[in-house]
Design a protein. Structure first.
Lengths: 395, 367
């Protein structure tokens, strides 16, 4: 008898096993892969608590549209859906959007956040928008941040033949940064978090639709003091910046040797930065950029086995790289007056007392010791090889 | 009728060595990097961590030494030899309350964390009660069983904790660690306090060394166990500062969990490494909670000699549940943690030190 009672108890207990408060079927999840933030129309939101209204655009994946190949039924379905809503609170946007879609928004697989220039230039807005993406438990720290020139939501509409989702397409393009020195290396929200807290200036990759094509050359400079965007820098300035920061992965440099163009393919580059803080009014940075590479293309008939020719070519490339880096320094010191190179960090590490007492509020704001500092650039180039041929024609 | 008889109710030095880290590693390390980063500049928290760790090792040794002086005797059978009866009674009260609050704190904290990161809709009351039931089940069984379970769980816990550091190497920027030694003295002292608080729990030695067959080996084993804790804490703190920098670490509620969220391994499977981390960390909390509940049972039964173990558990568990449901907010739970830290100083440092000195002076127990 007792055995039967025990068995019954166990059976009844199994009812509890089916209970799960947090059960969400995967078909019911609205996988959000991209978010674009623009300035929304003012005055249309009830109970507005802040001075700005943001228009959030959320890109949801439609799994049916992703499956291509043999199936014919799903061929014409788009693979994504963009939902937009204006509100001053991003969290409320997400909650309200649940009314407009059968799938509730789910952010664990968020890939990127695109913020429009207008938003980034609004004082305080950039940091405020980043708040929910750092605070909420669904958000991951590997989400990429981009700043859009023009409307950010347009970029999420960009349709391509090669990828089903605009976000995937942009992600692959941003992932090409190591091959294109005019682009900035991808910036993750974890990195942004660090800069927002430390109040150091930083840079974020730029994205824009130019003549119907995605263009990701250049970057946006965010001033650390107020975490507000100052301006965009162009592709070539970004290239110099990559050289100085040591983020240059690979790329080509064109130079003229004896009136002929020679192309240097950089395979490896690094930089060393030394700082001298003896005189706070003239802090000196000695930056050594070292590159290694091969001759990628040569228009003149040079014999690269000749040491003299090789030295001449190296000299020409050195000049070019130096020019590129110096242009960047000039732009940052004279035009923007913002330390987007992260040089302040080197000063802080070298002389913390000086930094704490004098520079902490006056580095690239206030007295702006960054502008007063001297930045010397030295370049070392090594040509490791000449490619498959030595000369392009016999003498 | 019993179909299975357990083996010897004895443990060796290995069990004690594993028991210390199993007890100490729990909630504390999840936020220790934040408290350290708050008090010190850049990577200077490591200095505080090492000094705090050294203190913890020293007092671990004091506890182990005291307990090993009385082989085979649990705490409450040798204490009456050293101090008068009323004092013994007060001691028992303090230990019961301390261990009970500690168990409640661990249960509530893991429920809160599970709710925040894993179960959005499940009420925290339900999460707590389920976890507590599992802990109660463990405590109802053999005491040595818990200690052996530690040996099973601890390597897994270490593996996942070290994996978190290892998989973050790509994001590790050693520049974040410099400049060194810029903190003022107050900062270091506050850091030492924080590190030491998060290394408490070695008071279990007073209870479990009695089960050892060779108590002489206890101090060495316990100190080794504490060394393992310091090593793990140091690795996780270094990773936090290297990956996040001091400034952002000090703004995160649980920097160690954020480390798990930072990991991104292409391929999809490890994309949500934090899920794995939570699963494993629940095991760590389980060990801590089980041993604290067991401590409560031992202390309570020493006051009421006729109380059966099962009945003691039935009395204690609802009390633990009520205590764990008492704090209303996260801030209040953290306040709870503070109370435990300070009462832990009393239980694990002041009392054993005094008892050890008395034992030395009056030459009681084996030398």
């Amino acid at each position: 008898m007792n055995k039967w009672v025990n068995a019954l108890c166990l059976l009844l207990l199994s009812i509890l096993l089916t209970g799960c408060w947090d059960r969400v079927e995967i078909e019911e999840r609205g996988f959000t892969v991209g978010v674009a933030i623009d300035i929304g129309e003012d005055g249309k939101v009830e109970e507005q608590k802040t001075s700005h209204v943001y228009k959030g655009t959320y890109q949801l994946v439609i799994p049916g549209g992703l499956s291509q190949g043999s199936g014919t039924s799903s061929g014409n379905l788009p693979a994504f859906q963009n939902l937009s809503l204006s509100n001053d609170s991003l969290f409320q946007q997400i909650r309200y959007l649940a009314q407009r879609t059968s799938r509730s928004l789910f952010f664990e697989h968020l890939k990127m956040i695109i913020i429009s220039e207008e938003v980034a230039k609004t004082p305080g807005a950039f940091a405020n928008i980043m708040d929910i993406f750092r605070r909420d438990h669904e958000m991951r720290r590997g989400v990429k941040i981009l700043i859009a020139k023009g409307e950010a939501s347009d970029i999420l509409q960009y349709n391509t033949k090669t990828e089903p989702l605009p976000v995937m397409f942009i992600e692959s393009i941003v992932g090409n940064a190591p091959k294109n020195p005019l682009m900035l290396q991808e910036v993750r929200i974890g990195t942004v978090h660090k800069f927002l807290v430390s109040k150091d200036s930083f840079i974020v990759p730029k994205i824009e639709i130019k003549d119907g094509k995605i263009d990701v050359e250049g970057a946006a400079v965010i001033k650390g003091r107020d975490n507000t965007m100052a301006d965009f820098i162009s592709g070539p300035v970004t290239e110099g910046l990559n050289f100085i920061k040591g983020d240059y992965k690979s790329g080509i440099v064109k130079a003229t040797v004896d009136d002929f163009m020679v192309v240097y393919e950089i395979k490896y580059a690094k930089s060393k930065i030394k700082v001298n803080t003896d005189d706070p009014n003239h802090i000196t940075f000695d930056i050594l950029i070292e590159t290694e590479g091969v001759i990628g293309e040569s228009f003149g008939n040079f014999n690269f086995t000749d040491k003299e020719v090789l030295r001449k070519a190296e000299q020409a490339f050195r000049e070019e790289i130096k020019k590129s880096a110096e242009r960047t320094v000039k732009t940052l010191q004279d035009d923007l007056k913002i330390d987007a190179l992260g040089l302040g960090d080197y000063v802080r590490r070298k002389d913390y007392d000086l930094w704490r007492k004098k520079l902490i509020d006056n580095w690239d704001s206030g007295e702006n010791y960054f502008v007063k500092s001297d930045i010397n650039i030295k370049v070392k180039t090594i040509i490791r090889g000449t490619g498959g041929i030595i000369q392009n024609e016999r003498d | 009728m019993r179909s299975l008889e357990y083996g010897d109710e004895e443990v060796g030095a290995k069990e004690i060595m594993f028991a210390v880290p199993s007890m100490v590693i729990g909630i504390g390390i999840l936020f220790l990097p934040r408290s350290l980063a708050n008090e010190t500049n850049f990577y200077d928290g490591a200095v505080s961590l090492l000094i705090g760790g050294f203190l913890a090792v020293f007092f671990t040794w004091v506890n182990a030494k005291l307990a090993s002086k009385f082989p085979g005797k649990p705490l409450f059978s040798f204490v009456p030899l050293l101090v008068p009866k009323p004092v013994v009674f007060v001691l028992k009260m303090i230990l019961t309350v301390h261990a009970m609050i500690l168990a409640a704190y661990e249960v509530r904290m893991i429920a809160e964390i599970a709710k925040q990161y894993l179960f959005d809709q499940t009420p925290v009351e339900v999460l707590s009660v389920l976890f507590l039931l599992v802990v109660v089940y463990a405590v109802s069984g053999s005491r040595v069983g818990i200690l052996r379970l530690n040996i099973l769980f601890l390597p897994i816990i270490y593996c996942v904790a070290l994996a978190i550091s290892f998989m973050n190497i790509a994001y590790f920027d050693y520049h974040n660690l410099f400049p060194v030694l810029t903190t003022d003295w107050n900062g270091y002292v506050a850091g030492i306090k924080q590190s030491f608080f998060s290394m408490q729990g070695f008071a279990i030695l007073l209870f479990y060394i009695a089960l050892m067959n060779k108590p002489k080996e206890a101090p060495k084993a316990a100190v080794k166990g504490m060394g393992m804790v310091i090593l793990l804490y140091l690795v996780l703190f270094t990773t936090c500062i290297g990956v996040f920098s001091n400034d952002s670490t000090s703004t995160m509620v649980f920097p160690t969990i954020e480390l798990a969220k930072e990991i991104q391994v292409p391929g999809g499977f490890f994309e949500r490494f934090e899920s794995l981390f939570f699963t494993i960390w629940i095991m760590a909390i389980f060990n801590t909670a089980a041993m604290s509940l067991d401590m409560t049972v031992i202390s309570l039964r020493s006051m009421f000699k006729k109380l059966k173990k099962k009945n003691a558990i039935i009395i204690i568990s609802p009390m633990v549940y009520l205590i764990c449901m008492y704090p209303q907010s996260f801030i209040e739970i953290m306040g709870f943690g503070k109370i435990i830290s300070y009462s832990g100083v009393l239980v694990a440092i002041i009392l054993p030190s005094i008892l050890l000195i008395i034992a030395k002076i009056r030459r009681i127990g084996e030398s």
